[in-house]
Design a protein around this ligand. Sequence first.
Ligand SMILES: [Zn+2]
Length: 340
Amino acid sequence: MSAGAGGPCATAPGPGELVAVAPGIHWTQIPIPGMLRTVNAWLFEDDDGWTVLDCGSDTPAGRAAWDALLAGPLGGERFARIIVSHAHHDHIGLAGPLARRLGVAVWTSGAEWQAALRRRQESTAGHDGVLAYYRSLGCTEADARGYIETRATGTRNMTDLPEDCILLGEGEEIRLAGRPWRVMTGGGHSPEHVVLHCMADGILVTGDQLLPRITPFIGVDPSDPFADPLGSYFAALDRFAAIDDGTLVLPGHGMPFEGPASRAAETRLHHERRLAAIEAEISRPRTGYDVARVLFPRAMGGAHERLAISETVAHLNHAVVTGRLTRETGADGVHRYATA
Ligand SMILES: [Zn+2]
């Protein structure tokens, strides 16, 4: 492990490379479509085989990265399992093809597995419910159809799912890289995101639940329009806040870092500020679409606009659940939010 100004590991692995971050724990990056460019995959080395945690999107570049790893630093190794932190395409997309290739099972939580199956069905299902959802936020029909199209783009990189899955649950203990790890699950970014904590050695594998520099996307899904994912996420952040700040965090994107409690506090502050900005904005009843345009003026258009609206509604719903705002549904079926 190399110490440096950039944190506990100063240099990220190049394509097809492994970097050791702790004894028996290795890091690689798989290219993914979109702004984040890469997802981190973590590899745990044990006598009965290696464990892969997170796989990348099912794209030619993602497949080529695994080809290079399996022909290079992982050539001839045995594998024990694949663990998927959550069911977004950049983490689960290649889990099916890779599991078949390595001859191993895929492990994740029950709600993540269900979410992956639902997402795969979406490509063939009708979109009436999703259209109605976006109209209830004050979006035009044309905009709503655009959002549905951008969502389908992500789903295309995760259609080849494994046949079945071994389920991991909150509080379970597993051994990886010769150490005991406690499974922590939490909502917010996804329904039952899997995080692994090795208290003995002070290592936390967070997937997208806790990230350096950026905050994970917290959004409302059209299938559950009044959900409060931000409330679930605050509960997950409270648990990170209780973990020793000397702990090494291995995140789903970006560089490893130390200090889960400090990062959890910064992340919470980001959302508290956004809640305050929303309340300041709602001097008269506004739709979710109106508020998103004010909060994310540069994000309006395509996939960014869909994510901006989804994240705005997460904050609006949390403000309603906690009594800070009210939500009224008009005769036009559109929800309008106002200060309580
Ligand atoms: Zn991710």
